[in-house]
Design a protein around this ligand. Structure first.
Ligand code: G6P
Length: 479
């Protein structure tokens, strides 16, 4: 058996995340259906869990009564059970305070450097602490001695400290999937010290970029003068325990994306998404794909496109923008308002420039399967990814990977983690409406040779961050 202290991927591990890798829903006929979650986290960790085994601990956010059976443990995936899923049931009050409250109205805006949106009800922090304790208890019931425990993301900053207190010798890891802010921003948080203390219970804390890891170290340095912080090695010694803060960028499963793109029936996907009246195959497409999150910069992008159609009337009827949007976190007013603003902006632009046989923006909230999405990537000449802030952004990885025909240009926010890692994108400040318009225009006018060169650079950088290496890179830090 392997010793994690050698830096190898362990034989078996415990993963802890807010979202489940598989969700359970009860059909009309009472049968339980199991569906795999499509996100970046699951596609990186599920293969490792399937080959190594262990337990994944997550909020039982699907069908609640499933969680009570067998102490909340079910085996996944359904066809060939390979590991256990320990489902943690949360009360309504817990979901309100921990998920809609602290995680998504304090930590999310804080880490995306949007402190004006922070709202810190006392119950949020109480529930965040209580739920982190609940996750830690679940870990305690499933983790064998010596089994490493890997916490995922901003929902679980405090649980590592609780587990450390129960198990001083445990190997604990965290990966923070969203940005880590500068100390001047982090200091807005009334619980900044407790959050840092929770994370410093880990042996390794991973981030998407070296800049996030450095900012984390600077926050530790200013919060805990007694800690020894070495920014060259990324090491912190705090209360006699050493933590390493590292950059470990997470990309996508490149071959899986390519396969889906190759298999996709691009023409029919294009027709379905554009609708009959607008399926003219000569219309050029740009594409945006995101959750309706205020960090994504969608209104600026729509305004920029309006400027472009305004000053380039020749592009009307020739160039269409497709916005694939997913509703998200709608228990929070800011998200509901953001969606309404986006829908309004789309309507305004369509009323202004649309004609009987051309619609400038095709907006869809349809749930597209991964293959349809890959086909849409292939159909689009340009992808526009302009978040104000984004931990990494996997659309920026998936799009070039899916461009199996050798063309496609990426307009990318310089403030997304992906901009640190990807060569070949046309980068832009996501607040600069004029620059977004110019850059989309430039993307549409790239000559074939430059398009190819840039796409090759993009595909090489995306391949270098293929998700298959991510787990091993995180564990290798333990050596
Ligand atoms: C971000 C977070 C993930 C989260 C996802 C979707 O990517 O880093 O942890 O799962 O958003 O948000 P949701 O609130 O629906 O889980």
């Amino acid at each position: 058996s392997t010793d994690v202290r050698d830096g190898a991927v362990p034989d078996s591990l415990v993963v802890v995340s807010n979202r489940e890798p598989y969700s359970h829903e009860r059909d009309d006929d009472g049968e339980i259906r199991v569906r795999s979650a499509a996100g970046g986290l699951t596609s990186a960790l599920d293969p490792v869990m399937q080959s190594r085994g262990g337990t994944w601990v997550a909020w039982a956010s699907g069908d609640a009564d499933m969680a009570v059976a067998d102490e909340g443990i079910v085996t996944v995936p359904p066809s060939d059970p390979a590991y256990d899923l320990k489902r943690v049931p949360l009360s309504d009050a817990a979901v309100q305070g921990y998920y809609y409250g602290y995680a998504n109205q304090v930590l999310w805006p804080l880490c995306h450097e949007d402190t004006g949106r922070m709202w810190t009800e006392p119950a949020y922090w109480e529930q965040y602490r209580a739920v982190n304790e609940q996750f830690a208890e679940a870990v305690d019931t499933v983790a064998d001695a010596g089994q490493p425990v890997w916490f995922q993301d901003y929902h679980l900053a405090l649980a590592p400290r609780v587990v450390r207190e129960q198990r001083p010798d445990a190997t604990l890891l965290q990966f923070w999937h969203i940005p880590w802010p500068a100390p001047s921003v982090f200091s807005h948080c009334p619980h900044s010290d407790a959050l840092l203390d929770g994370l410093l219970a880990c042996d390794v804390v991973g981030f998407h970029t070296a800049a996030y890891a450095e900012q984390f170290l600077h926050c530790v340095d200013s919060a805990f003068p007694a800690a020894t912080v070495n920014t060259d090695t990324g090491s912190v010694t705090y209360n006699g325990h050493e933590t390493r803060a590292v950059a470990n960028p997470l990309g996508v499963d490149v071959e899986a994306v390519r396969e889906r793109a190759r298999a996709a029936d691009v023409a029919s996907i294009r027709d379905t998404v554009l609708g009959d009246s607008r399926s003219d195959p000569s219309i050029r497409l740009a594409l945006g794909v995101e959750r309706l999150d205020y960090s994504k910069g969608i209104p600026e992008r729509i305004e920029a496109l309006a400027h472009l159609w305004e000053r380039r009337p020749d592009l009307r009827g020739e160039f269409t923008y497709v916005q694939k949007a997913s509703r998200t976190r709608e228990g929070i007013a800011a998200y509901r308002r953001y969606r309404a603003d986006v829908v309004d902006a789309v309507e305004r632009v369509n009323d202004r420039f649309g004609t009987d046989d051309w619609q400038p923006i095709v907006y869809t909230e349809a749930q597209l399967d991964n293959e349809t999405l890959a086909g849409l990537y292939r159909a689009a000449e340009v992808a526009v990814v302009t978040p104000h802030r984004d931990g990494m952004n996997l659309v920026a990885h998936e799009y070039p990977a899916a461009c199996v025909d050798g063309d496609g240009a990426l307009v990318l926010s310089e403030l997304a983690g992906a901009a640190t890692h990807l060569d070949g994108a046309l980068t832009v400040n996501p607040h600069d409406i004029a620059a977004i318009a110019d850059t989309v225009e430039a993307a549409l006018e790239l000559d074939t040779a430059e398009t190819r060169t840039r796409l090759e650079q993009l595909q090489n950088s995306v391949a270098a961050l293929d998700s298959s290496e991510w787990v091993a890179r995180q564990f290798s830090v333990l050596k």
